[in-house]
Design a protein around this ligand. Structure first.
Ligand code: GLP
Length: 263
């Protein structure tokens, strides 16, 4: 796991966007896993800018979003489908036929989830998965206790998640109680992972998932089992890490580290 501590939200967003852009430049038909929430909004803004100014080309990119609320149609203003269209898809040249966001109002969720997994396989698997982290340590909507072998499925939301996400809804009662979410097993199969987190309110779960034990109670800790994970934090989110100096040293001396491992 490589930990990059940026000064603030703006720098976290710029660094993560340039990491994604670099992957698209390396592989034009990148299969990109995408996340929603407040955290990636700045990253997407920077990606749009890179598309406009540096010509980062999304035309061959395929995207798969992590999750969606059960019951919300793709046109619903609180749906993750809507969020992605507004924050990224309509501002870059991604082909609508290559965009996959789970459909919350599907009539047969079980069959739909199996189909979604199949689409990821048919696309060749996810090359780079972007993740945020929930207040209870979840990735996507894999709430505490989720199996590390889990696949795309319907998951009941944890009380804290409902409270956290109620800020986007008119009333707390409007927050759906269930979501379709990629599983931890699905996420762990991505070739590379980029997790971003911002603000002191995330500091505890960030420290737990990076420096604590691997546990299904903090599902982001499953990433300790993945061989290629970049974590980009701002200072607030990194404030409870014990080994900050070590992470900063590794980042600043990457050339020496790479020399040692013969890259
Ligand atoms: C939701 C999403 C997660 C996201 C989390 C954090 O629960 N399912 O994918 O990481 O919110 O959101 P925010 O970035 O708004 O803190």
């Amino acid at each position: 796991m490589e930990i990059i501590i940026a000064d603030d939200y703006e720098e976290m967003s710029a660094v993560s966007a340039s990491m994604i852009a670099r992957e698209i430049q390396r592989k034009h038909d990148l299969v990109l896993g995408l996340a929603t929430g407040d955290t990636p909004v700045g990253t997407y803004k920077h990606l749009v800018k890179l598309h406009q100014t540096e010509g980062i080309d999304f035309s061959k990119v395929t995207s798969f979003n992590l999750d969606e609320y059960v019951g919300l149609a793709p046109v619903h203003k609180n749906s993750y489908n809507y969020f992605m269209r507004e924050n990224l898809f309509k501002q870059v040249n991604i082909s609508p036929s290559k965009v996959f966001v789970p459909q919350g109002n599907t009539s047969d969720p079980e069959e739909y989830c199996a189909w979604y997994e199949q689409q990821i396989k048919l696309a060749g698997g996810i090359d780079l998965q972007v993740l945020g982290i929930g207040g209870d340590g979840h990735i996507a909507f894999n709430e505490p206790g989720s199996s590390f072998a889990s696949r795309t499925r319907v998951k009941a939301l944890f009380e804290q998640t409902i409270i956290d996400n109620s800020r986007f809804f008119e009333r707390a009662e409007d927050v759906p109680r269930f979501a379709i979410t990629m599983g931890i097993g699905t996420i762990l199969e991505s070739r590379k992972v980029l997790l971003i987190a911002s603000g002191e309110k995330k500091a505890d779960v960030v420290a737990q998932f990076i420096e604590g034990p691997v546990t299904s109670q903090i599902t982001a800790s499953a990433l300790q089992l993945h061989s290629y994970v970049n974590v980009v934090l701002d200072k607030g989110a990194a404030s409870k890490l014990k080994r900050k100096e070590y992470y900063n040293w590794v980042r600043d001396n990457k050339h020496l580290v790479q020399k040692q491992i013969g890259r």
